[in-house]
Design a protein around this ligand. Sequence first.
Ligand code: ADP
Ligand code: ASP
Ligand code: MG
Length: 408
Amino acid sequence: MLIVQKYGGTSVGSIDRIKNVAQRVVRTAKNGNQVVVVVSAMSGETDKLIGLAHQIAANPQEREMDLLLSSGERVTTALTAMAIEDLGVKAKGFTGWQAGIVSDAVHTKAKIEKIASERVKAALHEGYVVVVAGFQGITSEGDITTLGRGGSDLSAVAVAAALGADACEIYTDVDGVYTTDPNIVPEARKLEKISYEEMLELASLGAKVLQTRSVEFGMKYDVPIIVRSSFNDNPGTLVTKEDADMEQVVVSGVAYDKNQAKVTIKGVPDKPGIAAQIFKTIADANIIVDMIVQNTSTDGKSTDLSFTVAKTDAKKTLALTEGILKGLGAEGVDMRDDVAKISVVGVGMRTHSGVAATMFETLAQHGVNIMMISTSEIKVSCLIELKYMELAVRALHEVFGLAGGAEE
Ligand code: ADP
Ligand code: ASP
Ligand code: MG
């Protein structure tokens, strides 16, 4: 079998842990498998590098940011290859570009366009374990890019798809995908399997156990993804196609996202074309807008328009909106980032009603005010004050009956 194994930051966070990874890899290789290992930077390293850049400039050039951030994964790639060799198995490390990972040029959140996997295939053929640096790619112009936070998951799934791997194993610091973050709710239950669609919602709603785009990619190319712990041999969670059992469960998980900021443009003229102008300006800067609420005007002339963006894009969004305020004829703009989005997800919502009502009622019972709401076929999200986030996640986890022993 050809197996892709991705080890996250905590799993390669120290020399001992890198040695532990090497042992697991060697065990898999000695069982007769071809192995491609994708590694993240040591935990905390990417944040440390971002911190260094911000000591120099408030808004560092994104091209240079990528050059800087990609260095973290390069370190662990080389060290992991060395640790595997040290155990007597041939290993070769590759940076993203050496592994042929070609991306677009949207620095800091580039999308993989294609993978020219000849070198990786040749090395596997020659009997090497291949170690690939996660989180990075190269543009067709030859510039180094990174794939967005948590992007090593995407590297792994994309490499698995390109190589037609039999499995893509994501090794992390928890045993699998849980009904909610087990670090916040200890009663959270591990799921034996979850559909791509639910995982995609959970990930995009903040459950960082898998990066959103990695799930999207896995779903598109039918890559079976297994999330497991690098610290034990417990069975993990399989991310796969939806089946009939999954629909029986109305709510399968609760997610939270602290990386949110709410922008409100006040006194916006209530006439056609205004929203288009605002959101085009923001989209042109490659900023993703999430929730949007526009009130109807009471005087027939003006209204308030609120929307959310990632906290990391908040300053840029504020500057852009301030820049177009006059042209819009709006009164002003406000931003607050002490907010969080909490969401409940489940494919069973397609056939069961009442989830939103239960969610709102539960929040109300705990005195939590809802600032914004958004829904899709299989999720309901509410924007609330950040200070109530953990309380709300626990209450929702409980009311939807998600707690219980591990599902095996
Ligand atoms: P890695 O460094 O291995 O990529 P991450 O920190 O990116 O690991 O992701 C693992 C973390 O995801 C866990 O430690 C946990 O706190 C968090 N998490 C959030 N939601 C969930 C969930 N539903 N199931 C499991 N883990 C979750
Ligand atoms: N090191 C990168 C990050 O911290 C990528 C990853 O770990 O997946 O976001
Ligand atoms: Mg991660």
